[in-house]
Design a protein around this ligand. Structure first.
Ligand SMILES: *Cc1c(COP(=O)(O)O)cnc(C)c1O
Length: 380
């Protein structure tokens, strides 16, 4: 069955007693046993819960994976996937990886015996050059935040295979509707379900999907041992959200394309970073490996910080907020918000300056969003 049909139906029927159309929430910590040998298949909610399993089945199907675990946050999903590695292992990571992931790798996991090399992953030679005999993993995130650089999934997988290294892809920015890394040979896909998968900005959560059954079993073991799983309530919210993923994405990316074109044509805008534009350096690659260009974009204004600030503060439909992927449009200033903890040199290397503004396009009417950005850019 096709994607949207699976989004609506996979995993959802779990009420044999009253036939509710929607999966019930099972807010219970424990499940009683029929006798001392048998139970219903569930014994304790950290290890398993029917509402969470409904979501796990759904997301595994959408990503084309063998198994999925869902976690309390996107970061706990990152941590869960990273627990596959052992002290001494080396992992290659994109230099402009999500800030929270960078912090976990650079300031925590590197003290626990893992080592990391951060490279410009759009350059496959740089990836090859970073490989050492200890390399056990390559972390991928594409498109990147906030400069929307696109990484060649097949290219990185090919390099990883020569080394027998595991590939893990953070697929948060596009969602499985627009990109399924497992189809390109990636071993593990990770999500912050906080973003497009839930899509309604009312829950934080994460998911780890494995291509192979054995990896999935190991990840489920880790998730239970570390106690990372999400609550039944949160699982229910995300399962509610994911059913509309396809139509949300269609509408949001079509508005994003119109906004990208409006900004490209505007005299006060210097550069627009959106993989859907032919001017984007990896436009052809994005066309090849993605089913669409997504609804995130960034742009540099010509006159620097005052104009960037004005765009953020004077837009009325775009809330100034971190996060992305919800039904409401958000605008942010990476220098003081999402990328504030990065050094200025780090930001400069990634191309993030004080004229960069990031936008997450929601479900509002595209013409209204464009009119709003126009008045904010041009000022009173
Ligand atoms: C938000 C985000 C995360 C972290 O997810 P949380 O739900 O905030 O813990 C990881 N990767 C990317 C690309 C993100 O956007």
């Amino acid at each position: 069955m096709k994607f949207s049909t699976r989004a609506v139906h996979t995993g959802v029927h779990k009420d044999e007693q009253y036939n509710s159309v929607i999966t019930p929430i099972y807010p219970t910590s424990t499940f009683f046993w029929n006798d001392l040998e048998t139970n219903s298949g569930y014994d304790y909610t950290r290890s398993g819960n029917p509402t969470r399993d409904a979501l796990n089945e759904n997301l595994a199907s959408l990503e084309g994976g063998a198994a999925c675990v869902t976690t309390s946050t996107g970061m706990s999903a990152v941590y869960c996937a990273m627990a596959l590695f052992s002290p001494g292992d080396h992992i290659v990571v994109p230099a402009d990886v999500y800030g929270g992931t960078f912090r976990l790798f650079d300031r925590y996991l590197s003290e626990k015996g893992l080592s990391f090399t951060f490279v410009d992953m759009t350059d496959l030679d740089a990836v090859r050059g970073a490989i050492t005999p200890q390399t056990k993993g390559i972390w991928i995130e594409t498109p990147s935040n906030p400069m929307m650089k696109v990484i060649d999934l097949s290219g990185v997988v090919e390099i990883a295979k020569t080394q027998n290294a595991l590939t893990i892809c953070d697929n948060t920015f596009l969602s499985p509707y627009l990109q399924r890394p497992i189809e390109f040979g990636v071993d593990v896909v990770m999500h912050s379900t906080t973003k497009y998968i839930n899509g309604h900005s009312d829950v934080v959560g994460g998911a780890v999907i494995s291509a192979k059954v054995e990896t999935g079993e190991r990840i489920a073991w880790i998730c239970n041992a570390l106690g990372l799983a999400c609550s039944p309530f949160d699982a229910w919210l995300v399962l509610r959200g994911v059913k509309t993923l396809g139509c949300r994405m269609d509408a949001q990316q079509s508005a994003a394309m119109k906004i990208a074109q409006f900004l490209t044509d505007h005299s006060m805008v210097e550069t627009v970073y959106y993989p859907g534009l032919e001017s984007h350096p990896q436009h052809d690659l994005a066309k090849r490996q993605q089913d669409g260009f997504g609804a995130m974009l960034s742009f540099d204004v010509k006159d620097g910080r005052p104009v960037a600030e004005r765009v953020c503060m004077q837009s009325k439909l775009f809330d100034v907020a971190e996060s992305l992927g919800g039904i409401e449009s958000l605008i942010s200033f990476p220098v003081t918000m999402s990328h504030a903890s990065m050094s200025e040199e780090g930001r400069a290397a990634a191309g993030i300056t004080d004229k960069t503004v990031r936008v997450s396009v929601g479900l509002e009417d595209a013409d209204d969003l464009i009119a709003d950005l126009k008045q904010a850019l041009e000022g009173a």
